[in-house]
Design a protein around this ligand. Structure first.
Ligand SMILES: *[C@@H]1O[C@H](CO)[C@@H](O)[C@H](O)[C@H]1NC(C)=O
Ligand SMILES: *[C@@H]1O[C@H](CO)[C@@H](O)[C@H](O)[C@H]1NC(C)=O
Ligand SMILES: *[C@@H]1O[C@H](CO)[C@@H](O)[C@H](O)[C@H]1NC(C)=O
Ligand SMILES: *[C@@H]1O[C@H](CO)[C@@H](O)[C@H](O)[C@H]1NC(C)=O
Ligand SMILES: *[C@@H]1O[C@H](CO)[C@@H](O)[C@H](O)[C@H]1NC(C)=O
Ligand SMILES: *[C@@H]1O[C@H](CO)[C@@H](O)[C@H](O)[C@H]1NC(C)=O
Length: 566
């Protein structure tokens, strides 16, 4: 019985922990949180194996993430340090043992690695728990659905595993654009093409060639033709080789050898390749001032950002909408929101929120399993169960760059507020984030040029109407423009067809006439831009004929690593 009563007591303790702290002091008390997590480690996106799947390493990372946030949000609030924000900070009013279908919102892009990441995270967040024995009062309080009329208790499978709801968003689901806004966005592809035509790009392609030529013969032959070993493929090459380094003994040994170490700096070429990939990806996803050659204009209402950062603009809208809903319903909905995608939306969000100038680490791609979180909190008496008013609420942005135990969960100040001002009043935060948020799906369709008939974003044709897109607004602005319903989440289990790298890859094949020799090319007879990753059910992306590049310019963000060359 001990194995049953111990979790039982812990559960009961959790539920009463807030009430027990009637010290009268005010403390950092979390009322809602929205977290975006990069997938755990997965197989490489473009080169090598397909389809991309979460590895066991990735599953362990996300499981550890779940445990980390269980500790933060569900452990009693006994030793919280207000200076660094580290330690338990329980979310008031959430059941720590059984996922609450209204208070917990989970959304994953419909790819194996992101959906499995969500599952592993949830396993760590809500480990199996059983309330057996005959303590029917506790059972009824914590887990009433597991109790039968005759007072016996039915333990769920796997020793009490709990099943949370996971919304998956595939390519036909409008919700997908909020967690992967650059996916299937033709104008984004043109923006990347523009970048490839800049002098900065040509310079980088030339100055980095040496390293790619050095590593190519040992690591890339048979995977990528030698004329494609270069900065143009910086991301797919790094993504592939970092995976090889982690899982392939030969590659791992080579990367630690002198032969593949820069003789001047003593750094492994793998690190150099990461640096190049970071530069390339920041140029693609972090260019706040890029021109959109399809629309010739930026977002409506002067919202900051561009088609380059569109994934971050959409994510910002999603994240604030979750918090707005939590506030509107006083915590009855979405107290904890977990979103799973890849690194692109985070990278764009960093750029939009002015994080790179604050800390140059934000120019780099976040690690697998990294999380960005907005915590909505109040300095209140933890015993209080009354949801604070908007005037009393604050927000902090936290980032944790991966799941290693010693990786800090650190608060950063956004929007140029100064390094120490990482605490923002909710009302200020809302004003600032609305300046970078694009919540309107119609704008996404328009900016991306996805409204034409023939786009596989079929939902865009609905927004391709001259009339207002009022009903589509996800955001409520402080001026009282309200359109949020608690049922924001879409649930369509469509097959996600396109991985961003696949899209870019296809583009490069188009632009540079490249051909990748796939290690396993048994599926490549399907053809089309996804090559071997294409599913029979996928449709080819049809780029509009008018989408040719005509004298477009690109501006680099002040201080971006691209501006200064390398
Ligand atoms: C609380 O934190 C302080 C400082 O970090 C530490 O010395 C102390 O042991 C902690 N107490 C508990 C009960 O964890
Ligand atoms: C309930 O548990 C108590 C002590 O653990 C025991 O004395 C009692 O017989 C149990 N009742 C039933 C109905 O099993
Ligand atoms: C209660 O009902 C369930 C389902 O009918 C049965 O399996 C179980 O043995 C019953 N328990 C007791 C203590 O009667
Ligand atoms: C392991 O790495 C070596 C060196 O890059 C490469 O030749 C080999 O094909 C790799 N093995 C697999 C299974 O990818
Ligand atoms: C996260 O870690 C990667 C790898 O070390 C690094 O390139 C990147 O700059 C880091 N990002 C942040 C925000 O610390
Ligand atoms: C709407 O669709 C039509 C027909 O496909 C197309 O010509 C037009 O450009 C689209 N409008 C927008 C705003 O994308």
């Amino acid at each position: 019985m001990i194995s049953l009563t111990v979790p039982l007591l812990i559960a009961a303790l959790h539920l009463i922990s807030a009430a027990a702290q009637t010290t009268g002091t005010t403390r950092y008390t979390v009322w809602a949180s929205v977290i975006f997590s990069r997938t755990g480690e997965r197989t490489p996106e473009v080169l090598g194996s397909d389809p991309t799947v979460l590895t066991s390493v990735g599953a362990q990372q996300q499981f550890a993430n779940g445990q980390f946030f269980r500790e933060r949000y569900f452990e009693p609030h006994n030793n919280f340090s207000t200076t660094n924000g580290i330690g338990p900070a329980p979310i008031t009013g959430m059941n720590p043992e059984v996922p609450d279908v209204q208070k917990l919102y989970v959304q994953a892009l419909d790819t194996q690695s992101t959906v499995a990441s969500a599952q592993a995270f949830l396993q760590g967040l809500y480990p199996p728990v059983s309330f057996g024995g005959n303590q029917s009062e506790v059972q009824a309080m914590i887990d009433p659905t597991s109790r039968l009329a005759n007072d016996s208790y039915v333990t769920p499978p796997l020793g009490g595993y709990r099943y949370a709801q996971i919304h998956t968003s595939g390519q036909y689901d409008p919700e997908a654009v909020y967690i992967a806004g650059s996916l299937n966005c033709p104008a984004f592809v043109f923006e990347v093409e523009d970048y490839i035509n800049t002098p900065q790009f040509a310079e980088l392609q030339a100055s980095t060639l040496d390293v790619y030529q050095k590593i190519g013969p040992a690591f890339l032959s048979g995977v990528l033709p030698s004329d494609q070993w270069g900065f143009i493929n910086a991301y797919p090459i790094y993504d592939y080789l970092s995976y090889q380094n982690a899982h392939n003994t030969t590659a791992n040994t080579l990367f630690t050898s002198d032969e593949y170490t820069d003789p001047n700096t003593g750094t492994s070429y793998l690190d150099t390749l990461r640096y190049y990939a970071n530069q390339q990806q920041y140029a693609w996803f972090g260019n706040v001032y890029a021109d959109n050659e399809l629309t010739g204009k930026g977002f409506e209402g002067g919202v900051k950002g561009s088609v380059s950062t569109i994934a971050g603009n959409m994510l910002a809208a999603k994240m604030i909408a979750q918090l707005q809903t939590a506030i509107r319903y006083k915590g009855a909905y979405y107290q904890l929101s977990l979103l799973f995608g890849d690194y692109e939306p985070l990278l764009s969000l960093f750029a939009l929120a002015d994080l790179p100038p604050l800390d140059s680490a934000f120019y780099g791609m976040p690690n697998f399993g990294s999380v960005g979180a907005f915590e909505l909190y109040a300095m209140s008496n933890p015993a209080s169960v009354e949801f604070p008013s908007e005037e009393d609420l604050w927000v902090r942005f936290y980032f944790r760059n991966g799941t290693d135990v010693d990786e800090p969960y650190q608060a950063y100040s956004m929007f140029n507020y100064g390094p120490d001002n990482f605490e923002m009043r909710w009302v200020d935060f809302q004003t600032n984030i609305l300046e970078i948020a694009v919540g309107d799906l119609g704008q996404w369709c328009q900016q991306c040029g996805a409204s034409y008939s023939g786009s596989d974003r079929i939902f865009c044709s609905y927004w391709n109407a001259s009339d207002s897109i009022e009903g589509a607004a996800v955001l409520s602005s402080p001026s009282g423009h309200r359109g949020v319903s608690p049922a924001i989440g879409g649930v369509i289990g469509a097959i996600v067809a396109l991985v961003i790298a696949g899209l870019i890859f296809g583009l490069l094949m188009l632009v540079g006439g490249m051909r990748f020799h796939r290690v396993q090319s048994h599926k490549s007879e399907l053809g089309g831009f996804k090559g071997g990753q294409k599913m029979a059910s996928d449709r080819d992306l049809t780029l509009p004929k008018g989408g040719a590049i005509v004298g477009a310019t690109i501006e680099t963000t002040p201080g971006s690593p691209i501006a200064g060359g390398h």
